[in-house]
Write a protein that binds this ligand. Structure first.
Ligand code: KG4
Ligand code: ZN
Length: 359
């Protein structure tokens, strides 16, 4: 089966095509993977501006489609594709509509079935791209930790395409907290990866930051308080150690910044890991999956792996390659394959963008 997928939920425009061979082994081959990042467009505003994101997606989609079809050599009068897939939520509504309308047009023009994909489900499936030959018996039931710029969720899946939300953030997502803290350290949006890079050189015990809800009975998260604590810490450092005349040097204050970054990163990771362990203990899944941009974080990956392998040696761990943790269209195509197998198609007329879509 060949699937062409479109992703426009936030600020990355993605078009990818994959070929799935379902013989003795389940094999996913990436035929094309086109991404146009809008980071530079939004950077000067400190975050994603929905109106600009929509404009960029509209400009980028036809160009990327052309490139994707050329790259995959699928193009004839009608491309050799079996289905069109698109993210219909959750995300920024104006951005989502661009992808949805584009996908509808292609599905109608080429008379192809259309698959609507939940962006979070696609993050869950992003590990499969590099874990071919997977035996469903090894996978289910699974627990997934999805951590991105917009979401922090623990999801349980008893069987294929069935999900139960166990916990989520009550305010900011972990990626949002990373980006806001990074901004206070002078990094442009999205500064999470830069903060993580600095953190590798700092000491995580230099400053104490709160670990919100770490001991709460439920599996929910909260990161708004941590972000505020970070802001207050920086303000107090600026007035105590960094009085106004030295304030400008704050952007260059090497050790201070690396220590702040390491301490902040550690606080987020402690909460994510503790809640994950709690969820595993409670729900006893066969496998554990991670996905979303923040799961590119090396310390998070390492800590989860070490702690889970030690406490639950029998559990199967499935981590996506780092390049597929952030938004891309390949993961949309992979998720779409499983829906297409079940003939879970949607009529173009019925397809809508849903900014708050739940799994
Ligand atoms: O999944 P994603 O590309 O977009 C959403 O669906 O939100 O995630 C982007 C988020 C950003 O907040 C970015 O700062 C964060 O992932 N991120 C990281 C790292 N790499 C990306 N956060 C911490 N450490 C990283 N290495
Ligand atoms: Zn995402």
């Amino acid at each position: 089966m060949k699937i062409l997928a479109i992703e426009t939920s936030c600020d990355e425009t993605g078009i990818a095509s994959i070929e799935v061979k379902n013989g003795k082994k389940l094999v996913f081959k990436i035929l094309s993977n086109q991404l146009a990042s809008q980071v530079k467009v939004h950077r000067k505003y400190g975050g994603v501006v929905p109106r600009l994101a929509k404009r960029e997606h509209q400009q980028n989609l036809p160009i990327l489609l052309n490139k994707a079809l050329k790259e995959s050599k699928l193009f004839r009068a009608k491309p050799k594709i079996d289905a069109i897939a698109v993210t219909h939520g959750p995300g920024l509504e104006p951005s989502l509509w661009v992808g949805v309308n584009f996908a509808k047009t292609l599905a109608l023009a080429w008379k192809l079935p259309l698959v609507a994909i939940n962006h979070l489900e696609a993050h869950i499936f992003s590990f499969i791209i590099h874990h071919e030959n997977i035996n469903p018996k090894e996978l289910f039931p699974f627990l997934a930790l999805i951590v991105s710029g917009g979401h922090t969720e623990l999801i349980y899946s008893p069987s294929l395409l069935k999900y139960k939300l166990l916990g989520e953030t009550l305010d900011d997502a972990a990626g949002e907290a990373f980006d806001k803290a990074a901004r206070l350290l002078g990094f442009p949006y999205p500064g999470g990866p830069e903060l993580a890079k600095l953190a590798t050189k700092g000491s995580p015990t230099s400053y104490h930051f709160p670990r919100p809800m770490i001991n709460s009975k439920d599996l929910n998260f909260s990161f708004a308080g941590l972000k505020t604590a970070f802001l207050y810490k920086i303000q107090s450092l600026k007035t105590i150690n960094y009085p106004p005349e030295r304030l400008r040097s704050f952007s260059r204050a090497g050790k201070l910044k690396t220590d702040l970054s390491a301490s902040f990163e550690q606080a987020i990771i402690d909460v994510l890991v503790k809640k994950t362990i709690k969820a595993i203990r409670k729900h006893n899944p066969r496998s554990f999956i991670i996905g979303g941009g923040v799961t590119a974080n090396d310390l998070l990956r390492k800590t989860l792996k070490e702690k889970i392998e030690k406490e639950f040696p029998k559990i199967n761990l499935f981590f996506p390659k780092k390049e597929f943790t952030t938004d891309n269209a390949v993961m949309i195509a992979v998720a779409a394959y499983f829906h297409a197998l079940k003939k879970d198609f949607i009529k173009p007329k019925k397809l809508k963008a849903q900014a708050n879509l739940k799994l």
